[in-house]
Design a protein around this ligand. Structure first.
Ligand code: BEZ
Length: 211
């Protein structure tokens, strides 16, 4: 099944390294990041899990829960955890789903047969508190993910959820944002009291409203 932006994230029950979960219930009112790993005891995955764990506080600050998944079982994930702690200098602090039945991998289309018939690619799904999919990313097995980029998109998504804005190329926290074209100049003057710069009718920039 292909999961597209705006779809309700498929719900499932699964066993994880922190016990059984029902996915939507586990998400609760939080944002969520579901990311897949090709396989346990692989080098790139080990570094990624360490990188996510080190920066979990930044996800917590954004009311966002992390959860990994791979096609190995929970017993295997649990034995891998000590390698992650030893080599990455941080304990795993979020659950990893045991998906030996490939239920989650299939629901989220994480197995790409042109890459591998059995292993998941590196998928990332950002899911909003409304349980809808806000971002999908697909990386090949050989490229580790960039945590800064995932946080950056999360910041953009959470901002546009609150204000009628969009974020430009390479935007990061504190940079100017683009006023949505649905907002007239008159409304923009009221909604964005810090003012705006009109480069074109369709391109108006204003300071980030939450700063
Ligand atoms: C890795 O995580 O290191 C990896 C997994 C599958 C294929 C290649 C690399």
């Amino acid at each position: 099944m292909t999961v597209r932006l705006g779809d309700v994230a498929p719900d499932f029950t699964a066993d994880t390294t922190e016990g059984p979960i029902s996915f939507h219930q586990w998400l609760g009112d939080s944002w969520g990041i579901l990311f897949s790993h090709p396989k346990d005891f692989t080098p790139v995955c080990t570094t990624e899990l360490g990188a996510f764990a080190k920066r979990k506080a930044e996800f917590d600050a954004r009311n966002t829960k992390l959860i990994g998944v791979s096609v190995d079982d929970v017993a295997s994930h649990n034995s891998w955890k000590s390698d992650i702690a030893e080599t990455q200098g941080t304990a795993l602090n979020f659950p990893i789903i045991g998906d030996e039945s490939r239920t989650v991998a299939t629901l989220y289309d994480m197995i790409h047969p042109n890459a591998s018939d059995t292993l998941t690619v590196r998928s990332v799904f950002i899911i909003g508190p409304d349980k809808k999919v806000k971002l999908t990313l697909t990386y090949p097995a050989s490229t580790g993910r960039n945590i800064d980029e995932i946080l950056r998109v999360l910041d953009s998504l959470q901002l546009v959820d609150r204000f009628p804005v969009a974020t430009p190329a390479d935007w990061k926290q504190g940079d100017d944002v683009i006023i949505a074209n649905s907002v007239s100049d008159e409304d923009a003057a009221v909604r964005f009291p810090q003012g705006f710069r009109k480069l074109k009718d369709y391109l108006r920039l204003t300071p980030q409203p939450t700063k």
